[in-house]
Design a protein around this ligand. Structure first.
Ligand SMILES: Cc1cc2nc3c(=O)[nH]c(=O)nc-3n(C[C@H](O)[C@H](O)[C@H](O)COP(=O)(O)O)c2cc1C
Length: 215
């Protein structure tokens, strides 16, 4: 499947980048196509709340680096948010992209699976971003397929010696069984029940792309 990782750290070669490399290695070796976008170095402004997108098929009125990010997201099956913790939250660069996802709130997203990779200096600093993503998933009917949090990242190269890098690598390699729903499964649509659900489930199963380890 196509996986996109958004690295929201402004540091190109910091701890988050090292964590992302381990994930990318595991996922690539498992047969996935991985794109890493260094969001921390992109120019993505905040959402204006103008709702231009609601009447223009999800096109945002702002013309900045989010335009090229959308081109990748529109081909993505699984979106991974990788961010250091800044003041008990994801970085402002990551949050700007999250806010701009609002442009597709009505038209829907190509992906409905996410994963989270966080790192920080201290332990127990992840409540706010985990709560935010849980609420987003509940609202948009996305599934979080896994969260990894790595504390004790005091220095720029702390991650290089972290034993948890192996877990991140293994996590990247474990994603072959993620079931993909087709893009017409609109996140804000009302879930069918009873007979119609059984019918839809059958359709989804036919459309489901085989996992890498299925023949
Ligand atoms: C502006 C700023 C705010 C931070 N806030 C926190 C924080 O609230 N809690 C924490 O544990 N670490 C905090 N940190 C430490 C980083 O999360 C940590 O060092 C991380 O590994 C940096 O990732 P990077 O090398 O990819 O930039 C902060 C660092 C910076 C620069």
């Amino acid at each position: 499947m196509k996986i996109t990782v958004l690295n929201g750290s402004p540091r190109a070669n910091g701890n988050t980048a090292t964590m992302v490399q381990a994930f990318e290695k595991g996922a690539t070796e498992a047969g996935h196509e991985v794109s890493v976008i260094h969001v921390g170095a992109k120019k993505v402004a905040g959402c204006l709340g103008c709702q231009y997108c609601f009447t223009h098929e999800g096109t945002c009125v702002r013309k900045d680096d989010m335009t090229e990010i959308w081109k990748v997201l529109n081909q993505t099956d699984l979106l991974v948010f990788a961010s250091p913790i800044y003041w008990w939250e994801v970085t402002a660069q990551t949050k700007a992209v999250i806010d701009r996802l609002y442009a597709h709130a009505l038209v829907g997203f190509n992906f409905n699976k996410i994963a989270l990779l966080f790192d920080s200096g201290a332990k127990d600093v992840y409540d706010a971003p985990i709560s935010m993503f849980q609420s987003i998933c509940d609202y948009l009917k996305w599934e979080n397929v896994g969260t990894i949090c790595i504390p004790n990242m005091e220095d720029k190269d702390s991650m290089k010696s972290s034993p948890m890098l192996e877990d991140v690598y293994k996590f990247g390699g474990s994603l072959s069984n993620v079931i993909l729903l087709p893009s017409y499964f609109h996140p804000l649509s009302i879930l069918p029940t009873g007979e119609s659900w059984t019918k839809l489930a059958g359709e989804l199963n036919k459309l489901r792309r085989p996992a890498a380890d299925e023949s």
